[in-house]
Design a protein. Structure first.
Length: 327
């Protein structure tokens, strides 16, 4: 780690730190406005030990009394296609900002991210990414000075689960709840559906289960599979996060992964599957629905969601710094 202000120390992050990290994120959320409320179990699922080595890929910055005041994690994303994505995540407690902690953590992340690129996919260009949310006014100039450029805008959109339309009829389409015996078929459909999407990578079975259908927030009963001729042609995977409900008091279903295979597009399959998922969530007691969408999605998904009653509530900007292939 680069030098830190007097009285602060840096050390490897451990699983025992996750409750304190969740408290740090909660303290920062009113200012940063990420729309996310994560507890320690959520963080453990995202920073899982078989995909992330916290002791090597994470750093904690602590005050003299041991209190956690800053955290950084670097995630090497598997399944690289055109380039190798390395995600840099972190946060500094609002009371400790403006003292150089964020700059020191970012400097460490840049070096660790380059190491992971050389380790995992030296044959491809590397792309280090940082997400900047609406309230993170000090982060944008920090990443800009580090050589990052804004490359993509992602909108959080929401709608109430009232006044829902009927599920539109699509000839030859069968809508069913998620079934575990089709889990790997859905994974392969997801990989195929997102081949032409910015920054998308192939999800192997371990990553798919760790981050998606193996998540404790995953709701198979609220998820929808769209079958054509008995084969998955589209899907909507739904999640309900307990920490979100505790923080906001509003049970929200999050549509996490949704897509339609390219040969089946243009038939209304996405609209039918989404409306079916919304109606299932409403019947289960959810009050709102939310999802995140690339505003330049090549399938026109942003416009589809707005036609289905979703409205933007915030926009996340993804900043990126490229690395050349390593010799």
């Amino acid at each position: 780690m680069p030098p830190l202000p007097a009285g602060l120390t840096a050390r490897p992050l451990t699983a025992d730190d996750l409750p304190a990290v969740a408290e740090l994120f909660a303290a920062a959320e009113p200012l940063d406005d990420t729309g996310e409320h994560l507890d320690a179990d959520d963080l453990a699922e995202w920073w899982v030990e078989d995909l992330v080595d916290l002791s090597r890929d994470g750093r904690a910055v602590c005050a003299g009394d041991g209190a956690l005041v800053g955290v950084a994690v670097v995630l090497s994303i598997s399944g690289a296609r055109e380039d190798h994505r390395v995600v840099l995540e972190g946060r500094v407690h609002p009371a400790w900002r403006g003292r150089g902690i964020g700059s020191a953590l970012l400097d460490w992340q840049l070096r660790r991210g380059a190491e992971l690129h050389r380790r995992d996919h030296p044959e491809l260009p590397g792309r280090l990414t940082v997400s900047v949310y609406p309230g993170m006014g000090s982060l944008e100039p920090l990443v800009r000075r580090a050589g990052f450029a804004a490359e993509r805008w992602y909108a959080d959109v929401e709608r109430p689960l009232t006044g829902l339309p009927e599920v539109p009829a699509v000839p030859g389409l069968q809508l069913l709840p998620f079934a575990w015996d089709r889990d790997d078929e859905v994974r392969r459909a997801h990989n195929a559906a997102f081949t032409d999407h910015h920054g998308s990578g192939e999800r192997d079975a371990a990553t798919w289960r760790a981050w998606f259908t193996g998540s404790r927030a995953f709701r198979p009963d609220l998820s929808v599979l769209a079958l054509v001729d008995g084969v998955v042609a589209g899907y909507v995977l739904s999640y309900v996060y307990e920490a979100d409900t505790r923080a906001t008091g509003v049970p929200q279903v999050h549509l996490g992964q949704l897509g339609v295979l390219r040969p089946a597009r243009g038939r209304g399959i996405a609209s039918a599957a989404i409306v079916a998922a919304l109606r299932a969530a409403a019947a289960d007691g959810c009050a709102t629905a939310g999802l995140q969408v690339d505003t330049e999605n090549p399938t026109g998904a942003f416009g589809l969601y707005r036609r289905l009653g979703f409205t933007p509530v915030r926009t996340r900007v993804q900043w990126a710094c490229t690395l050349p292939p390593a010799p």
